[in-house]
Design a binder for this molecule. Structure first.
Ligand SMILES: [Mn+2]
Length: 344
């Protein structure tokens, strides 16, 4: 191709025919690009370091002491904690960051007390923690959100990561093995729905990642990542899906009938992995609906928040704070006990 032709092919705005001048412009742009890349990298590093430092100001994270293994030969069951929709930093007349922390830790302690009751009959050695998403309230879901939170996005990030750490450490102190399966929600979205940000760049996911890194030394802990927004739960032969709930329907809302019908279609092959149950958050209410095959269920779980005026008035659905605790038979591959743990 001739130089002249190449110059004619230049993008609009670059109309110089002087090669030396063009070369200068190219060098200038390359320098600028390098500087801006360095700035972004610095920013990422500073944010991570700041979050880490902020975390340490909340108190040291000592290693979790060992637990005494259960030597009984009887068949063990597994605990499953479905913890979802903490809406971290959301402020209502009866909810804020401090109450979130209190309720979340209250769930953990009640779950362990109920586990100990179960242990009177059989071992419960493992705990699967399903973090269901919307752990942070975020800042970008509606225009006045900034006035309805008690912490900035950075503080939400630090507080919620730390709460995840504390929940998992509490579980590690009470079960021989802990597996975390995290799922992100719609509130962790960065920017407006129309902004050009990958969906998996999500504050919930960032909180999970920081918490995971802070617990990297724990050998009895398995922590999965969530690049996709549907998670697979496997406990022995038990197979379930964990979704946030905004995946189904328009604008993140679908009726219970529509959700169950959708899951039945996933179950009949449109989702490429066989499963029995589905765990859903997002609606802040506790419910259970049967799947068409007569075996599995869709389990919807509550939130730790209270006095959500939007839900009460706009959706006519208010709820008392709760989270879900299950026990699972890993050989028969099914849920054996269902608890709605009240947190008011
Ligand atoms: Mn949600």
């Amino acid at each position: 191709m001739s130089l002249e032709k190449r110059l004619n092919d230049m993008p609009e705005g670059i109309d110089s025919e002087n090669v030396a001048e063009l070369r200068q412009a190219l060098l200038r742009l390359q320098k600028q690009l390098k500087r801006s890349k360095e700035r972004t990298e610095d920013l990422v590093e500073i944010t991570q370091q700041a979050a880490y430092d902020a975390m340490l100001t909340m108190g040291k994270i000592p290693p979790v002491p060992e637990v005494v293994p259960d030597k009984r030969k009887t068949k063990a069951e597994a605990a499953l904690w479905h913890m979802t929709d903490w809406q971290g930093a959301k402020r209502t007349v009866s909810y804020n960051s401090e109450i979130m922390r209190k309720r979340v830790m209250e769930f953990a302690s009640k779950a362990v007390r109920i586990t100990n009751i179960q242990r009177a009959d059989h071992p419960v050695k493992t705990c699967h923690i399903l973090f269901g998403g919307d752990m942070v309230e975020g800042l970008f879901n509606f225009p006045t959100q900034a006035f309805e939170v008690d912490a900035t996005l950075f503080e939400q990030y630090v507080q919620v990561s730390r709460l995840c750490v504390d929940v998992v450490r509490f579980a590690l102190a009470n079960y021989e093995q802990v597996t975390v399966i995290p799922e992100w929600g719609n509130h962790g979205r960065i920017g407006s729905k129309r902004d050009n940000v990958p969906r998996s760049d999500n504050f919930d996911r960032m909180c999970y990642e920081l918490a995971r890194q802070l617990l990297a030394g724990e050998k009895r802990l398995t922590w999965l990542d969530c690049p996709e927004d549907v998670q697979r739960v496997e406990i022995g032969t038990y197979r379930a899906l964990l979704i946030h709930g905004d995946e189904v329907g328009r604008n993140g809302f679908a009726s219970p009938g529509a959700i169950v019908q959708h899951m039945n279609r996933w179950r009949s092959g449109s989702y490429p992995w066989e499963f029995r149950d589905v765990y859903v958050g997002h609606y802040h209410t506790h419910a259970e609906w049967p799947m068409a095959n007569g075996l599995g269920s869709v389990y919807q779980s509550g939130s730790t928040e209270s006095d959500n005026r939007y839900a009460g008035v706009m959706l006519a659905a208010s709820a008392t704070p709760s989270q879900r605790l299950h026990f699972v038979d890993p050989v028969k591959g099914r849920v054996t006990a269902v608890y709605k743990v009240w947190l008011d």
